[in-house]
Design a protein around this ligand. Structure first.
Ligand code: C5P
Length: 228
């Protein structure tokens, strides 16, 4: 049977990644972090010296790109880069794609509609082949584009202040102001392409501004259990 889908969207620092992961574990589901694919593609384009603003050139990478991500256990992301040295291929990019420098580049590859269409097809394929009872998919356009028919669709938000505070805790060495500015800049760029601030019809809004981690996880689990 096809896995039960739990679609979760939200802006940077909303808690969506860590909360989605913990909720998936509790439900016995897999977790597909779609941002990791956009990050990995930006990383690959940089490795290959491809102009990130060139839609056709970025999309062409996907002709020959092998992307793997674990859906259970610790996240591990690998890519097979076209023409790469077989000694270092596939490359484990798990840590590299979290670098601050990569975060600043991703919006330039994620803005291309052709790239989005192709990655979305890849996400649906990963879910279909997962063999899992359920998969939580998190990103920016999962509730609206990737899985609009998912039985559970959630938009997770938090105030800009709270989001910056959470991110600053993850990124050592950056000031609160710097993190706030970075998040605002990235959200502004991403929001030109997909709206992840307004819940689409039928999407449940979960505002985590006043919830701690455990309460946020429980909120997601409760919503899923209510439809199961
Ligand atoms: O979720 P995360 O912050 O890791 O996403 C990194 C970037 O990937 C976002 O800033 C956005 O540009 C892009 N993204 C996207 N659509 C998704 C997930 C991520 O455009 N579904």
């Amino acid at each position: 049977a096809a896995p039960i889908l739990v679609a979760i969207d939200g802006p940077a620092g909303s808690g969506k990644s860590s909360v989605s992961r913990a909720a998936a574990v509790r439900l016995g589901f897999g977790i597909l972090d779609t941002g990791a694919a956009y990050r990995s593609l930006a990383w690959t384009a940089t490795e290959l010296g491809v102009d990130l603003d060139d839609a056709a050139a970025v999309a062409a990478i996907l002709d020959d790109w092998e992307y793997r991500i674990t859906l259970r256990g610790e996240q591990r992301v690998t890519v097979r880069v076209p023409g790469a040295d077989p000694e270092t291929d596939p490359a484990d990019v798990t840590a590299a794609i979290r670098a601050h420098a990569v975060s600043g580049l991703v919006s330039r590859v994620s803005k291309h509609p052709e790239v989005r269409d192709r990655l979305n097809a890849m996400f649906r394929g990963i879910v279909a082949a997962s063999g899992l009872p359920g998969v939580v998919i998190e990103g920016r356009d999962i509730t609206t584009v990737v899985a609009p028919d998912a039985p559970v669709r959630i938009l997770m938000t938090a105030s800009a202040e709270v989001r910056a505070r959470r991110r600053a805790g993850e990124l050592a060495g950056l000031s609160h102001e710097q993190v706030l500015a970075d998040i605002a800049a990235r959200d502004a760029k991403d929001a030109l392409v997909v709206d992840f601030f307004t819940p689409a019809p039928g999407v449940t809004l979960v505002d985590t501004s006043d919830l701690d981690f455990e309460q946020s996880v429980q909120a997601v689990v409760d919503i899923v259990r209510a439809v199961q």
